[in-house]
Design a protein around this ligand. Sequence first.
Ligand code: AMP
Length: 181
Amino acid sequence: MTQILQIYYTKGTIVKEKLESLITNIPDFPKKGVMFKDINPLLEVHLKEVVELMSKQIDWSNIDAVIGIESRGFILGAAMAVQNNVGFIPIRKKGKLPPPVVSQAYTLEYGEDILEMALNDTVKRVVLVDDVLATGGTYNAARELCLKNNYDVKAFSVVIDLQFLNQLHKEIPNLYSIFNY
Ligand code: AMP
């Protein structure tokens, strides 16, 4: 592990291109026409470095909690929350959280679903975290859930922004990603 890590650092800086080479492209998954970006091989070796890169982009001085979107947003978001000493709140698929919840229907790159979050008005300033931003349907639903709870979304953080599928980087100033396509 130590040797592998050394390859990915040059003069103490994480070499993003080397990290990027661990993202796998899976054509026609989970549906024909979708190029699935699998970040699991990247996280298997470099979860710490990915979380550090994502965390560095955010001003943590005004954040109360990280909100992770099921399911890869849990892995990244929980790690970011621990690293930056703030709380963690999950957004889950319909039926997984006990009531009371706020709900929002949405369409993503390869389907439709309903997202839910616990009804809560104690937390105020939050960072939303997911693995991939594709069409933006998931982000918009997560944002709506935050509005329903009166949360102030200070930032949205993803590993990959598929900019050829969305224009959100032009619309929201507080969208942070490590890799863009
Ligand atoms: P969207 O709502 O279209 O922005 O889709 C974002 C959500 O779907 C994220 O939670 C991703 O995990 C997943 N997703 C959508 N498209 C892809 C893709 N091409 N590769 C990997 N994950 C994707």
